[in-house]
Design a protein around this ligand. Structure first.
Ligand SMILES: [Zn+2]
Length: 195
């Protein structure tokens, strides 16, 4: 078994020494009809060092590799900062009080309701919740579901503020927005993805 490759587009790369190529790849066994995918290539060493082909809003665009690396650095910084926040004394206090509040609930259903209404969990079925709590306790659910950006929900729930971690939380939001900003294309879109 191999892959059928169909070339859909080819144009000169920015430096003119090679090509930008867009292909559709499909397994060559026909019973899987929906399992194809687009593949993009910069067939030029110089341009491959400087650029990346990616898709955005249904178009293939060229972006600077430095921009992609900058975005990864922002994502990494955001993750590290979230971990730092979670290790802080204030986050540990909020977490302890949350677990205490859960332990005080009369039933798992009540604890599930508290967590859902406060926004700590969402789309977490009661059946799955019961199962997890029975096996591993509330602490494990909190481990899985509580991350830095949910701490304001927890603080509101237990009647505390987030003052000691507000500066870091604001920075996390800025980093997330910067990391999620749309890619800035170099030049016009290369190709519209449609088959
Ligand atoms: Zn080139």
């Amino acid at each position: 078994m191999g892959t059928d490759r169909t070339e859909y587009h080819r144009e000169a790369c920015p430096c003119g020494g090679g090509h930008l190529v867009i292909e559709w790849h499909e397994p060559d066994h026909s019973y899987q009809t929906s399992s194809g995918n687009w593949a993009y290539f910069i067939k030029c060493e110089t341009c491959d060092r400087a650029y990346v082909l990616t898709s955005q809003d249904g178009s293939v665009i060229l972006v600077r590799r430095a921009d992609v690396e900058q975005r990864r650095a922002l994502e990494r910084e955001g993750r590290d900062l979230c971990e730092k926040i979670m290790r802080s004394p204030h986050a540990r206090l909020l977490r302890q009080e949350l677990e205490k509040l859960l332990d005080e609930q009369r039933s798992m259903a009540a604890a599930h309701r508290v967590l859902t209404e406060s926004g700590v969990i969402y789309a977490y079925s009661i059946a799955r919740f019961r199962d997890r709590v029975r096996h591993d306790g509330y602490g494990c659910v909190v481990d899985d579901e509580l991350w830095a950006e949910k701490l304001p929900c927890v603080a509101a729930l237990i009647g505390r503020d987030t003052a000691p971690i507000d500066v870091d939380l604001r920075r996390v939001k800025e980093l997330r927005n910067a990391a999620n900003a749309p890619d800035v294309p170099v030049g016009e879109p290369i190709f519209q993805l449609r088959r």
